[in-house]
Write a protein that binds this ligand. Sequence first.
Ligand code: URA
Length: 206
Amino acid sequence: MDKKEELDKLKREAIEADLPLKSGATQMVFGDGNIGSSLFFLGEAPGFFEDQKGIPFVGRAGKLLNETLEGIGIRRLEIWISNIIYYRPPENRDPSPEEIEAFKIFVDRQIEIIDPKIIVTLGRFSMAKFGSGMKISQVHGKPRWILFNQKKRVLIPMYHPAAALRSTNLLNAFKSDFDNIPKVITKIENMVLESKKGNSEQITLF
Ligand code: URA
């Protein structure tokens, strides 16, 4: 099976699964973008517009995200984007730990299939997936190594764009954290080149 077939199969399985929040939602919001991307953006849960369209980040937060990406020369269609919850919670409330746990198997498999080099989390709920004890106010914008599905990848925790829309301070931090992404991508590309030359031990981490 190629990537697209695997992803379609996973989506069918998720649609058929008895997942929380399903009965109150219009449809599942599974993921969107370039399946070959090395950048995986992971948000929280669909809101009103995402629930209507079946596509993640198409509302106000999505508009800010797209504009901020364009500001660093990345088009939205170049990345893969999804959430840790695939159905809209009522009144956009925070997802519960039980709900996050119920979707985990699908979220993990989606990441495994896309197999990104860089995972950008949007907000504290998706960040918490990769380790407890991180405080978003302290770690936002700072890349770190993680091991996911037995592979080293870079995690970049970001503020959620919806939070950035509520506070000028967070908006400034959100934008300047994004300014770092091209540097991280270049560093990863250089590492891949160096490791092909057999010099991987000499590369310093972030
Ligand atoms: N907020 C999210 O976390 N995800 C979306 O898809 C939309 C808004």
